[in-house]
Design a protein around this ligand. Sequence first.
Ligand code: NAD
Length: 319
Amino acid sequence: MPDHSVTSGGLLAGKHGLIMGVANERSLAWGIARIAAAQGARLALSYPNEAVGRRVRSLAKELGDVELLACDVSSDEDLDRMAADLPKVWPGQSIDFVVHAISYSDKNELTGPYVQTSRSNFATALDVSCYSFTAVAQRIAPLMRNGGSLLTLTYFGSERVVPNYNVMGVAKAALEASVRYLAVDLGRHNIRVNAISAGPIKTLASSGVSGMRHLVKWAEANAPLKRNTTIDDVGRAALSLISDLGQGITGEIMHVDNGYNIVGMVAIDEALRSAPVLLELGQQLARQREAAASAVVDDQSTITPQDDKLDPSLGDGRH
Ligand SMILES: NC(=O)c1ccc[n+]([C@@H]2O[C@H](COP(=O)([O-])OP(=O)(O)OC[C@H]3O[C@@H](n4cnc5c(N)ncnc54)[C@H](O)[C@@H]3O)[C@@H](O)[C@H]2O)c1
């Protein structure tokens, strides 16, 4: 069995890092923060509002001396203020790494067909989950005077269709493309830009994706390592990217998913074990399709003129 304990050492001794996206003890960002602190980093944690701030403040006590900064990434003023505050809390220090573990979508659009995504949630999801990484890079790169590492979190739903992940899959695909563009722009300043594509983990954000329970079971049954990803797995992989261990790595999307992404077909020996999960997921999708089909019948205005080619019996086109 893998070792789930927090790895301690000095790989980040003397380094200063900002971690954005701790909401509670299940957060991927928390897995990274714990390992970064155990490796000697001085940390600042950011939070979007007071409700989250209260939780982060009490968790942060476990990490010792941590700076806390308010920043809602959908606000340029907040981002500017956070970038202005960092040199004040750490006078004369260069920033060495930033972890961006932030995403948002209206959970009503993380169920049913992607085709029903609204313009406003598309814009919000892409703004908070994707653009914010670029907005952070713009402001923090100038503070990385000795070079540095920017890291974000993504998910396999960017590469392949995963039921209900919907607009988040589109946002993550754009985020992964941003990683590559930022890596080229910032490489000349010795700033590396990478992403970790984590396997499904139950968190506050992921619980908004309908059927998350099934995703987790499915991943465990079908991943080559036959186990689920943990926030410590993510923390350890992040350590390799934000420390000098990763100094030759940039523009990379590193999968930390027990190998799930390489599998092209359900393992034959797992077929029986997977059947109940498939059945449950199939029933859920069938209910969603029925609801979507009756909504279309009730309100023809929900479909565009080209959509008259869509046969509701084909559902959302996922196979
Ligand atoms: N949980 C998973 O299965 C999984 C898998 C792969 C990738 N990820 C990604 O990991 C990252 C962290 O998510 P998590 O699963 O740890 O959930 P989480 O709920 O613990 O973290 C999401 C964070 O986003 C923050 N956030 C949302 N809107 C914000 C805003 N406007 N300004 C600032 N912060 C804001 C929340 O406060 C929260 O801290 C996300 O990018 C997510 O997509 C999660």
